[in-house]
Design a protein around this ligand. Sequence first.
Ligand SMILES: [Ca+2]
Ligand SMILES: [Ca+2]
Length: 337
Amino acid sequence: MVATTAVVTLVSQTACGATRDLGHATPEPTATNEHSRLEDGMVTVRVPGGDFEMGSTDAEVDQALQLCEGAYGDCQRDWFEDEQPAHTVSLDTFRIDRTEVTNAQFAAFLNAQSEAAEGDLTWADVMVDLNSEHCRIERADERFRAEEGYSDHPAVMISWYGAKAYCAWAGARLPTEAEWEYAARGPKRSVYPWGDAFEGTRLNSCDASCPFEDWRDAAYDDGYARTAPVGTYPDGASWCGVLDMAGNVWEWVADRYGADYYARSPRRNPQGPDSGRFRVQRGGSWTATLRDARSARRHRYPASWQDHAVGFRCAMTLRRELAASGAPPSDVRTAVP
Ligand SMILES: [Ca+2]
Ligand SMILES: [Ca+2]
């Protein structure tokens, strides 16, 4: 394990939402920094805290249903009703990874672990299914490495436990469900990270080349039948420059899934229900289409699930917020500025 936590190097400065015209309502520009995390080289983006309406209104659920009916037929309104009620959430400033975690990064994490056994399983087996044909991390000479040509593709076949352990190793944590949605939609609540209309060239979804004939969208060619290298679609950036929030791979977040949680969620920094065997994923993937790429869409699997369309990214608490939370001074000193 790496003892140093959250030490970052300043690599560039941009104005949040000010460097690109996405054709949708962009919040007032707020100064932000992009940092490269020492532990894994991941670029993180500062997301300024604030209030936003999380989830979907009745009208937005109706729109989601119409969208689904138009694309597929036979859709049900209750598929989207766990996005209700829309409710105000107040978030502290945080950092989130600009892209999904890659095979090369996850392989480096595995190489840093000791090989403690968990019954018949190694610790690596608990985190990632290396035997799956979909897993592009291989083992050679007692080392883990990305398969040739897949270093910069998102890591998949990772359980929620693997995602959580990776983020801890990197001096970070999984984003909460509220943080994820805020980083994707912003205070103006766009339907997709780039705006309110689906555009199949701004993400890697189940396009014309997708192997799933029953639901692929032949209207678009996004260039990838399966996963794409992270950051392939800069035009799909969210309001604060976060990439791949729609498509490529679904992303584990920290929260347990609660279909009715939005009705009782605390306003400030909600963390999800205290119990429940499912954890949430967000954002759709290369196996999914416009229905699942909506940034309010919620998906869930058991925490041990390992899937060819599910990966993750990490988030980080800032020093100022840690100090306000009453964290030990040692934690605060090593947090991100
Ligand atoms: Ca695709
Ligand atoms: Ca994604």
